[in-house]
Design a protein around this ligand. Structure first.
Ligand code: ADP
Ligand code: MG
Length: 319
């Protein structure tokens, strides 16, 4: 047995009762329920770019899967399968044990089967592909927003970006504030239940990985509309609210990595969305409206004035 082979057998081979064939052959074999389609998404995380080389491997295993499952949540798909391509600088059993524990504890929570992957030697990185199931007509796409729809966001924003700024020594947070923010950065929870509950209710949806403005901008582009949001309505993370106001715009509007959902829905759905918030236990906030107009996001400040590109962090989405 080659080391790679025993590594796969030891850390990455678990029962896959749903898949027709899992780890161990040239390909995995999976089916899909009648009337459904597979929602497929891939994300790569590279050490030094997406995480620090010395990152806690339990959290890394969790996060690698979480950011991929977040794409399924944003599509309204039920998570089913995942493949994992791992590039490792060396075979470090303690690291692999911790990584696989973090990975499988989240996989088990959502009943996701690891059905294959690849294992290579090189600078640490991972590429995951997730497969979810959704009825074709229920998928929450980016191109379905209509003029007059409300813009909503789940949970709160800016915590992850704030933690990152602390880790980059751009800000010095009190230990308890950092701890709360770091939880958002290292252990995001994909909004799977919310995405499923929004089938038939949201007209368009996206997960916030690159910041509210950038990601809502993608809904605008695909739906060929303008989004007008009220800055004062944007739900900011408690950690962000506890530090100086100068960080609120860059972390709350332009900061990424929160993995909340941003979605649009007709005004007639407001009461339904409020009850979904209670059912799934995630607050949902209405932050603006979709309009005909120049494609892109505009934000209004407390006085109703348009915020300009000179507001910190505003540049990279206004182009
Ligand atoms: P091949 O050369 O045919 O690509 P590999 O030796 O790379 O086969 O992999 C053998 C089996 O182990 C395959 O089923 C593959 O999907 C699986 N596998 C490899 N690496 C991983 C991993 N990191 N996690 C899960 N399954 C893996
Ligand atoms: Mg291979």
């Amino acid at each position: 047995m080659t080391p790679e082979f025993s590594l796969i057998a030891r850390y990455f081979t678990r029962p896959t009762p749903r898949a027709a064939l899992g780890v161990g052959d040239d390909c995995a074999l999976i089916g899909v329920a009648d009337g459904h389609v597979l929602a497929v998404s891939t994300d790569t995380l590279v050490s030094g770019t997406h995480f620090f080389v010395d990152a806690d491997p339990v959290k890394l295993g969790h996060k690698g899967l979480a950011v991929n499952l977040s794409d399924l949540a944003a599509m309204g798909a039920v998570p089913r399968y995942v493949t994992l391509a791992l590039t490792l600088p060396s075979v470090d059993d303690a690291w692999l044990d911790a990584f696989s524990r973090g990975f499988f504890s989240l996989a088990d929570r959502y009943n996701v089967e690891l059905i294959g992957g690849d294992t290579t030697r090189g600078p640490l990185s991972m590429t995951l592909t997730v497969f979810g199931e959704v009825p074709l007509s229920s998928a929450l796409r980016r191109d379905g927003a209509k003029a007059g729809d409300d813009v909503w966001v789940s949970g709160s924003l800016g915590g992850a970006a704030l933690a990152l700024k602390h880790m980059q020594s751009k800000v010095a947070l009190k230990p308890n504030v950092f701890e709360r923010a770091a939880e958002r950065l290292h252990s995001p929870l994909p909004r799977i239940e919310l995405g499923l509950a929004l089938r038939g209710i949201a007209s368009a949806a996206i997960d916030i990985s690159d910041g509210l403005l950038a990601d809502l901008g993608h809904i605008c582009e695909r739906s060929k509309l303008m989004a007008e949001i009220e800055w004062a309505s944007v739900p900011l993370s408690p950690a962000l609210l506890s530090v100086g106001p100068e960080l609120r715009v860059p972390c709350g509007l332009a900061g990424g990595d929160d993995y909340e959902l941003c979605f649009t829905a007709p005004a007639a759905m407001r009461a339904r969305i409020d009850s979904i918030a209670a059912e799934v236990g995630v607050p949902m906030t209405r932050i603006g409206v979709m309009r005909q107009g120049d494609v892109g996001v505009v934000a209004r400040d407390e006085k109703g004035e348009l915020m300009t590109a000179s507001a910190a962090g505003f540049d990279h989405f206004s182009s």
